[in-house]
Design a protein around this ligand. Structure first.
Ligand code: CUO
Length: 651
């Protein structure tokens, strides 16, 4: 869309507005901010989208306030997208803010928060703004019930408190050993943010095309899966098995999490058999969709809705397959291939009350904020991942020409510093978990969680360029578990599918030798912690008051694995991993200019760059995404290098 110039509104003011709009969304905005009060009371939004939404409100058709919101509920989503469209079509910043204030008073809080987040991400008006950590805006979706209850008591008794949050379950449940990963609040923010960056409902008419969305769906979730497996191996657990429609869901789950409005998230005992979910899907249909997708892979083409055949046995096939499996609006034939993934999330979220007999709210699997807590999330995504693998394995292995980089050789790869992990405490604010008691003063209340982290380190590579001139290089770094849970060495062809993508970046190589260094904090798969809500408010308020610039762009991406989780945990003895570095010809495979100096938000490897072409033309996972029949095929290339490192966990 075309936007009027809004140069008059500073980034600091915009940041302040966004924070005010998102502060305590369950209380009336008119109570607090005079300008927003005026907007919410006397401003009447105009335009097609706004008028439609106003008439829905006036007719009493919109979701009530103080009710849970689910993106997978068609009607809930429809409302959130109406507000998203209002915000996207607000011609300038002040109109957008007034419209938001108006609708905040009249729509469901979950609808509102979702629309604000996605609009700030996707509207050109939101450029360089930082969205506050969702675990502070909607703490109920991140903190467990025990901690939230303690926070309520603290507020009622006006006693400040810090409450230690534990992982769900007990030691009797082996899955608890990896709960620190699935329940990591930063990982959950990455996951929900990825789905906000690449929504399944996205239409290009909103302004632009989401480049390689389907392939990124595969890759971002493949990486979640292999990272989970690396954590499992670090804790003496087998790789996660996939989900089978005709077998019990092996792991149960008790979420210990409560909706702010709508009761507890339902639990599911071990070994439940799948049941059809009334009004959503039958298991039979899921099996049919799966069979049609596997047939498409076997035949090498997908059949579009108009009957035409789309060839998928090529490097772009994965993108189409991702759209088909998710499925997104980009799917060429949702009527035939269904929405295998999205329906599976709903089905798994409803197994506690599949026929709606008990009026239970949806389970954690139905929300991207909470899904990875449930072990069935990783089973589901292993199942999807194996379908994607079936496709990748149908492609021929890369040829010499597709991998080599003439006259460039990696001669050494190393690490400055030790690869050491540890657990640390992290505190986050629970103020907005308890904000609906109007008369009671706020007191400081927070949760303390244990999180995995690692010491900073620097990776080094020595690369010789035997060309007469400079060459531009793409450098890809993977970390691959070496042994399965029984101590058996993975073959190259098994192991390459389990590789964790650590980094991808670009460098100019001068003729002769080049010593490359790259800090762990610069990795393009990860993002740093976003400052707390209160700290963002303090910075924005100070900048507005002083008229100074505010540059928080280092935190403008919510999508990205938390930098703390760059390395898997490893173990106390030191766990061996293979590091594979692939240096390829950036003049051929870089898709965006200027990447050496500016990586545009710093998490492009799994999150892309907002509104732009994906920066790497190679398939995601290249050169390890296709079959490698012989280890020599990998190691005979001078531009590829493998070394062994150990990751040690400090108790
Ligand atoms: Cu991210 Cu299943 O796609 O949760």
């Amino acid at each position: 869309p075309e936007f009027q110039s809004d140069a008059v509104v500073s980034t600091a003011k915009k940041q302040q507005d966004v924070l005010r709009l998102l502060f305590k969304v369950t209380e009336p905005i008119r109570k607090r901010y005079t300008d927003l009060k005026d907007a919410s009371v006397s401003h009447k939004p105009t335009g097609v989208a706004a008028e439609k939404l106003i008439s829905e409100i006036e007719d009493g058709r919109t979701l009530e306030q103080k009710h849970y919101f689910s993106l997978f509920n068609d009607r809930h989503r429809e409302e959130a997208l109406m507000l998203f469209e209002v915000l996207m079509s607000s011609g300038d910043w002040n109109t957008a803010v007034s419209n938001a204030a108006y609708f905040r008073e009249r729509l469901n809080e979950g609808v509102f928060v979702y629309a604000i987040y996605t609009a700030v991400i996707h509207s050109p008006l939101g450029k360089d703004l930082v969205l506050p950590p969702l675990y502070e805006v909607t703490p109920h979706l991140f903190a467990n019930t025990e901690v939230i209850n303690q926070a309520y008591s603290a507020k009622m008794t006006q006693t400040p408190g810090k409450f230690q949050m534990s992982f769900t379950g007990t030691k009797k449940n082996p899955e608890q050993r990896v709960a620190y990963f699935g329940e990591d609040i930063g990982l959950n923010v990455h996951h929900v943010s990825w789905h906000m960056d690449y929504p399944f409902w996205w239409k290009d008419s909103y302004g632009y095309h989401l480049d390689r969305k389907g392939e990124l769906f595969f890759w971002a979730h493949h990486q979640l899966t292999v990272r989970f497996d690396a954590e499992r191996l670090s804790n003496n657990l087998d790789l996660v098995d996939e989900l089978y429609w005709d077998r019990p869901i092996v792991e149960g789950f008790a979420p210990h999490t409560t909706y702010k409005y709508g009761g507890e998230f339902p639990a599911r005992p071990d070994n439940v058999n799948f049941e059809d979910v009334d009004g959503v899907a039958r298991i039979r249909d899921m099996v049919i969709f799966e069979t049609r997708i596997r047939d498409a892979i076997a035949h090498g083409y997908v059949t579009a809705a108009d009957g035409s055949k789309i060839d998928i046995r090529n490097e772009h096939g994965i993108d189409i397959l991702g759209d088909v499996i998710e499925s997104s609006v980009y799917s060429p034939n949702p009527g035939y291939y269904g929405a295998l993934h999205n329906l599976a999330h709903i089905i798994l979220g409803r197994q506690g009350d599949p026929h709606g007999k008990f009026n239970m709210p949806p389970g954690v699997m139905e929300h991207f904020e909470t899904a990875t807590r449930d072990p069935s999330f990783f089973r589901l995504h292993k199942y999807m991942d194996n379908i994607f693998k079936e496709h990748k394995d149908s492609l021929p292995p890369y040829t010499k020409e597709q991998v080599e980089f003439p006259d460039v050789a990696v001669t050494a790869v190393g690490v400055d510093g030790k690869l050491e992990t540890f657990f640390e405490d992290f505190e986050f604010n629970l103020l907005m978990g308890v904000d609906d008691t109007e008369e009671v003063e706020d007191v400081p209340i927070s949760a303390v969680v244990s999180r995995l982290n690692h010491d900073p380190f620097t990776m080094t590579a020595d690369i010789s360029n035997n060309n007469a001139a400079d060459v531009f290089a793409t450098i890809r770094v993977f970390l691959c578990p070496r042994y399965d849970a029984n101590g058996i060495l993975f073959t190259v062809n098994e192991g390459r599918w389990n590789c964790v993508e650590i980094d991808k970046f670009w460098r100019t190589l001068v003729p002769g030798s080049n010593h490359i260094t790259r800090k762990s904090s610069d990795a393009s798969t990860t993002v740093p912690d976003v400052p707390s809500f209160q700290s963002l408010v303090a910075q924005a308020d100070a900048a507005v008051a002083s008229g100074e610039d505010l540059d928080l762009s280092a935190y403008s991406r919510g999508c990205g694995i938390p930098d703390r989780l760059l390395l898997p945990k490893g173990n106390a003895q030191g766990m061996e991993f293979a590091v594979i570095v692939a240096v390829t010809d950036g003049s051929q495979d870089a898709a965006v200019e200027g990447l050496e100096k500016d990586e545009r938000g710093g998490s492009h490897a799994q999150c892309g760059i907002h509104g732009e072409t994906f920066p790497d033309k190679q398939p995601l996972g290249y050169p390890l995404d296709r079959r490698i029949l012989d280890e020599r095929a990998l190691l005979n290339f001078p531009n590829l290098f493998k070394t062994i490192v150990k990751i040690t966990h400090r108790e």
